[in-house]
Write a protein that binds this ligand. Structure first.
Ligand SMILES: [Zn+2]
Length: 392
């Protein structure tokens, strides 16, 4: 084996990452096409490819299409080389998923969350992670990381500073979970993770400037600028749910009043539903799933309630569009279930209020990964971290 100097080692690592990324994004692809795409000579590409095959990150498939002469062997990314675990800690549910290294979901567990104490929630999360680990098949790298999406502010260190809807303040759990499972743990705000999931695998693939509105019990916003997740200087940008839309309005769990999420979230929807006659349920057991069913049956009062929530969603979305001039707005999380009854009032509000220049070439859409954006997003963050650190 050749001994490389520090600089040579760094250059090699950069080239190898480039080759791996090209295979990840363009597969099936031949060695010659990689060389041409990344501008390295064929010999260098071949030796890097051989290492990647040995490390089981890629594999050779049968011959590809020939342009005359011998058919080239094609290279593919080995998504079965390991698994990623993603947890979406909602306020009223925990969703855990297991994905391969391309973000395909291979197992999932969802549990209702009726407690919010840190210890109890952590124990539930650990039990879900253990079940997911058991459901993973044999693979070269095993579980490559665990990602956890949190409905609140998370700093760059993974400390949960504030999760108002859970009543959490200054909670650390990253180290404990890392020690327990002996894999890297990433803790990220759920809307940031959701935005990343949609950008990579969902509705945002075609765009580089995206605002992802995570509308669940609260509202958070994930911001993708120039193709990159923007998280602010401390890691907690996007707390749009707490921008004020009504001065001296309804009290909010953040300590302020009149916040957007008091009018346009799942919480607002469920509270307002208590004021209209709802069949099949008492006031405390109304759920968004039930309201969607009633809307499907044509229940006028429920449909009007969705329209009202949609208009309030439009208020905050208008403010964001005027601020960021994005290419795409993606509405995700639990309220996305009610797309059919929200969409028109959201777009109507934007059309009639947002500065027209911003509306040119603007796409307003609902998430493709629906309720799984956050879980898939945190899996993707772990995968990215794994690929970056495993290429040597
Ligand atoms: Zn607030």
């Amino acid at each position: 084996m050749t001994i490389l100097t520090g600089n040579q080692q760094l250059v090699k690592q950069i080239n190898k990452t480039l080759v791996l990324e090209t295979i990840l994004n363009e597969a099936p692809i031949s060695r010659a096409d990689i060389a041409q795409k990344v501008g390295l000579n064929k010999g260098t590409v071949s030796s890097l490819v051989n290492e990647l095959i040995e490390e089981q990150l890629i594999y050779e498939s049968g011959p590809g299409k020939s342009s005359g002469g011998r058919r080239p062997v094609m290279l593919l990314f080995n998504e079965k080389a390991g698994y990623s675990i993603g947890i979406d800690l909602g306020v009223n549910y925990i969703l855990g998923i297991l994905t391969d290294l391309k973000g395909h979901i291979v197992a999932e567990i969802q549990k209702k969350l009726s407690v919010t104490g840190v210890e109890q929630v952590k124990q539930m999360m650990i039990a879900i992670i253990e079940d997911l680990i058991r459901s993973a098949g044999q693979s070269h790298y095993g579980i490559i990381g665990i990602g956890i999406g949190i409905p609140g502010m998370v700093n760059n260190d993974g400390e949960i500073l504030l999760a108002p809807n859970l009543g959490w303040k200054n909670v650390r759990m990253k180290e404990e979970i890392e020690n327990r499972f002996q894999v890297p743990v990433i803790i990220e705000n759920e809307a940031n993770a959701g935005a990343y999931g949609e950008k990579l695998y969902g509705a945002g693939k075609e765009f580089d400037n995206i605002l992802y509105v995570s509308a669940g019990i609260g509202i958070g916003v994930g911001v993708i600028l120039d193709g990159q997740l923007f998280t602010g200087s401390g890691g907690f940008s996007g707390e749009m749910g707490h921008t004020i839309i009504i001065v001296n309005g309804k009290e909010c769990s953040c300590g302020s009043r009149g916040c957007w999420e008091q009018y346009a979230s799942e919480k607002a929807l469920l509270e307002e539903a208590k004021n209209i006659p709802i069949p099949y349920a008492d006031k405390d057991s109304i759920s968004i799933e039930l309201l969607v069913e009633l809307a499907k049956e044509g229940n006028e009062e429920v449909i009007n309630l969705f329209k009202k929530i949609g208009a309030y969603l439009g208020v905050g979305i208008n403010n964001m569009i005027n601020t960021f001039n994005p290419e795409q707005i993606i509405i995700g999380n639990r309220l996305a279930m009610a797309k059919d009854w929200l969409e028109e009032s959201i777009t109507h509000f934007v059309k009639s209020h947002t500065i027209p220049f911003h509306q040119q070439d603007l796409s307003i859409t609902f998430s493709q990964l629906t309720t799984h954006s956050t879980a898939v997003g945190v899996c993707a963050l772990s995968i990215e971290n794994f690929l970056k650190t495993s290429v040597k």
